[in-house]
Design a protein around this ligand. Structure first.
Ligand code: TMP
Length: 234
């Protein structure tokens, strides 16, 4: 399968058309941004690592009955995916308080939540991805009630599967962001699942093994991404 035309270039990935209108190629870049593009940099080999981590996690989720856009890995930085129409909602699931939730409620990072929290953001870079709830999404026509119900239910299932999987690797799944797309009559889990889009803490040392090392200038960024790939590959 070959890339024919660049369809879209985002902050961390490129999407290409292929000869098959149902399939696209997703290329993972080393570019890293934070705070809605205000902080820019590059993480050596991040694209290669995120391609492999995402592929492994999509395969794990598919084997547990979650439908995803993933078809197969093509090479170092590229995976073949189904040509979905992205729903402009970012779905965040949290198990432990961190990041914007810690800030918003004035709670210290690290507090374990009694129940997972599910949040939506409107996927819109110009507005800085503002938080919204399901009523906003419905009222603005971003998704139907059935689609939102499916997205919520699936995201909580994804959380259970990934939380257990990472726990078996001595990693705490603190929080993560998902995106979904329409593909015919189906809704597929799309985008990526990687240290760029999740918070991972080492369960013993609590060391951060994700993009917070870049956001907060903590150093050891490449090693942290590699550590995630190595642990999940065991
Ligand atoms: P937050 O605490 O900054 O809201 O982030 C929650 C989770 O979502 C965290 O795992 C990082 C991820 N995330 C993204 O994947 N993309 C984004 O643009 C943001 C802000 C967060």
């Amino acid at each position: 399968m070959q890339a024919i035309k660049l369809l879209y270039e985002g902050k961390a990935k490129k999407i290409f058309e292929t000869q098959d209108s149902q399939l696209r190629i997703m290329e993972f870049k080393d570019d890293a941004t934070a705070f809605n593009g205000q902080k820019k940099g590059s993480i050596h080999d991040k694209g290669k690592i995120n391609n492999r981590v995402s592929a492994a996690l999509f395969e794990l989720l598919e084997s547990s009955g979650v439908k995803t856009h993933f078809v197969k890995i093509l090479n170092d930085r590229n995976m073949l995916v189904r040509a979905v129409e992205i729903i402009p909602l970012e779905v965040i699931v949290r198990n432990i308080v961190a990041g914007s939730m810690a800030k918003r409620f004035g709670i210290e990072e690290g507090k374990r939540l009694h129940e997972p929290v599910l949040e939506f953001s409107y996927k819109n870079d110009e507005l800085g991805d503002p938080m919204m709830n399901r009523y906003h999404a419905l009222a603005l026509g971003l998704a139907t009630r059935e689609e939102i119900d499916y997205i919520e239910k699936t995201s909580l299932k994804v959380n259970e599967i990934l939380r257990d999987f990472f726990a078996s690797k001595d990693i705490l799944l603190v929080d993560f962001k998902l995106e979904y797309g329409r593909f015919g009559d189906e809704i597929l889990l799309a985008d990526e699942i990687s240290p760029d889009t999740c918070r991972f803490w080492d369960a013993k040392t609590m060391k951060k093994l994700d993009k917070d090392r870049f956001r907060r200038d903590l150093g050891d960024i490449e090693q942290a991404y590699l550590e995630i790939l190595e642990r999940i590959s065991k």
